[in-house]
Design a protein around this ligand. Structure first.
Ligand SMILES: Cc1ncc(C[n+]2csc(CCOP(=O)(O)OP(=O)(O)O)c2C)c(N)n1
Length: 378
């Protein structure tokens, strides 16, 4: 689609770039010791029940993540991308959404999946190679995990534009990494979303690395949030290991989008404490000291200190979460263990309405390949 064929519905005047710039310091509400400090412009509208729920989701995400890594080690998954350390970023962001809203995730978003009520085992089929996913995106408003970097940003922008054209009250959030901001797809998505005032939040989890490439080799921009100015949308920056900051910042961006004021870019500063995927060896590109430093900033430990001081964490609640986590892990094992592989010919389904001529040749080629492997194996 070209911008000319479908003009924006409203044409705002020139934007003062100063109103779009991120603040000098990332928004932080809970300091490293777990003490709450109010920050102007980012009020917290959370009740005790919400605080407990945020904690519950973070602990569940960490346990689900551990189970997925174990399934990979047992040979049940081909690969898995851990979210360890990024729980606050993902969960604070997704918690700011309402039921009618949508999430378009990358491959690392098991925490956001939980907030949307997605059964994690079902999503893991992608990592087993059995199917794209067994969850229903229409029921949960959580799209399929996207392995090609940044492509989900386009799905999100397009979906948000469509929702706006249809007059629907919904906000779209898409997650991607710092590395993805060097790709063309997020750029095109952010530009279109801004031009069309689409209700789309671009939530960047800056976990410092794109596999082994550090952020310093990724961009010359002062911060990722500064890139927002170039699109004409506000850039927010927050401590991604502080769940109250990620929530409060996302809340502002979501409310803004819901009021019809267009998209926002959020940069949450965090750290991937595990390997990039189970196929990666992070000791080859980062030091043990760096990892230790970030472990001290663990998002769950920090929030726990706050909740304990507020009298919101007790043994009963911890036991309840533990039981829930065991239930999730058991269901993941049931769903994934020895799940039958699909027919490789499915590769050709759901791609074209009118397949090109080369398609039949390629299908025949794969059929021959499978047959010769079967002959070779018997
Ligand atoms: C289009 C595309 N190019 C390259 C890759 C290979 N690849 C997989 S993960 C990755 C790094 C992504 O880093 P980032 O966007 O920071 O996200 P993170 O994995 O840190 O969450 C790359 C280059 C890919 N999956 N898709």
């Amino acid at each position: 689609m070209s911008a000319a064929s479908n003009p924006p519905q409203s044409v705002p005047g020139p934007v003062d770039p100063n109103t779009l710039l991120p603040p000098d310091e990332p928004v932080q509400l809970l300091d490293d010791q777990g003490t709450l400090h109010e920050v102007e412009g980012f009020p917290l509208d959370l009740k005790d029940e919400d605080f407990r729920n945020l904690y519950r989701y973070m602990v569940l995400a960490r346990r689900v993540d551990k189970q997925a890594i174990n399934l990979q080690r047992q040979g049940q998954l081909g690969v898995y991308a851990s979210l360890l350390g990024q729980e606050a970023a993902q969960i604070g962001g997704a918690y700011a959404l309402d039921e009618q809203d949508w999430v378009f995730p990358s491959y690392r978003e098991m925490g956001a999946a939980l907030v949307r009520g997605v059964d994690p085992g079902k999503v893991l089929h992608l990592f087993r190679g059995t199917w794209l996913s067994n969850h229903d995106p229409m029921a949960t408003h959580f799209g399929l995990l996207s392995i090609p970097i940044g492509t989900q940003a386009l799905h999100a922008a397009g979906f948000a534009m469509g929702a706006k054209f249809d007059g629907k009250d919904l906000v779209v959030m898409t997650y991607f990494g710092d590395g993805a901001t060097s790709e063309g797809d997020p750029h095109e998505a952010m530009n279109f979303a801004a031009v069309y005032d689409a209700p789309c939040i671009f939530f960047v989890q800056n976990n410092q690395y794109a596999i082994s490439v550090p952020l310093s080799k990724q961009t010359r921009a002062p911060t990722i949030a500064h890139k927002a100015v170039g699109y004409g949308m506000p850039g927010f920056r927050c401590d991604g290991n502080d769940v109250l900051a990620t929530y409060a910042v996302a809340r502002q961006a979501v409310d803004r989008a819901r009021r019809g004021e267009g998209p926002s870019l959020i940069e949450a500063l965090t750290y991937r404490m595990e390997a990039h995927t189970t196929a990666d060896d992070p000791t080859r590109y980062r030091t043990p000291e760096e990892l230790e430093e970030w472990k001290r900033r663990d998002p769950i430990a920090r929030f726990e200190t706050f909740l304990e001081a507020e009298g919101l964490l007790d043994d009963d609640f911890r036991a309840q979460i533990d039981e829930e986590a065991r239930g999730y892990a058991a269901r993941m094992r049931e769903e994934i263990y020895d799940a039958p592989h699909g027919d490789p010919m499915e590769l050709f389904e759901h791609v074209y309405v009118d397949p090109p001529a080369s398609y039949e040749e390629q299908k025949a080629m794969l059929r021959r390949e499978i047959a010769s492997n079967q002959e070779g194996g018997s």
